[in-house]
Ligand binder design. Structure first.
Ligand SMILES: C[S@@+](CC[C@H](N)C(=O)[O-])C[C@H]1O[C@@H](n2cnc3c(N)ncnc32)[C@H](O)[C@@H]1O
Length: 192
């Protein structure tokens, strides 16, 4: 029987597997507490992006602990970097929250150097015409209102596939969701 793991545990395991191999300049979109930085190699230049000036105090601590790190205050839809400026982008449970995910993905492609890599872990909409998808559609407006814009009914996997990357590798998994439903998850990489 497959292991029943929470979203948080799956995300923790994904961080451990996906982040230590990143090198060069790494942009962490919607960095939150900056927990991703704990898994980055020390020589990585970490750019933590958050849309608002008021950030999690843990983010400042983590920024202070690294040799090369910078905070960018901007939305993912308008990244304040030159084109082809970064080697990798981390998107961990953030594309659910941005206002314009297709716009954010276009910005990710723009700032990645050719051959650069987006690594992602996101919760997504359930398959169409399922009970979970119907429920997600119903509670999406409430979730967006009370949970920092988070949309549980967003088809982020389809958006990543359609964003024009050269190569996308994606896998799906599930975690326990609300009201006895499952929460569909995706993780993977997209190469510019
Ligand atoms: C669920 S948290 C994830 C934090 C972190 N990436 C992690 O894996 O723990 C979502 C983050 O996305 C940020 N966010 C929301 N809208 C955003 C936007 N338009 N552009 C960039 N970040 C955004 C929030 O401020 C928050 O820190």
């Amino acid at each position: 029987m497959p292991e029943t793991l929470s979203t948080a545990e799956r995300r923790r395991r994904w961080r451990e597997a996906a982040l230590p191999s990143l090198r060069g300049v790494v942009l962490d979109l919607g960095a939150g507490s900056g927990v991703a930085a704990d898994h980055l190699a020390p020589e990585v230049e970490w750019l933590a992006l958050e849309p608002r000036r008021r950030t999690d105090p843990a983010l400042s601590e983590r920024l202070g602990r690294r040799t090369t790190a910078r905070l960018l205050i901007a939305p993912a839809e308008l990244i304040p970097l030159e084109s082809e400026a970064v080697d990798a982008v981390i998107a961990s449970t953030v594309l659910c929250s941005v206002r314009k995910p297709a716009r954010a993905l276009a910005e990710i492609r723009r700032v990645l150097r050719p051959g650069g890599k987006l690594v992602f872990f996101e919760h997504v909409a359930a398959d169409r015409r399922t009970w979970t998808s119907a429920l997600q559609a119903v509670y999406s407006p409430l979730s967006r209102l009370i949970d920092h814009g988070c949309d549980p009914h967003r088809r982020t996997g389809e958006l990543i596939t359609a964003a024009g990357f050269a190569d996308v590798v994606m896998q799906r998994s599930e975690a326990p969701g609300v009201l006895g439903t499952v929460e569909p998850l995706i993780d993977g990489t997209a190469i510019r």
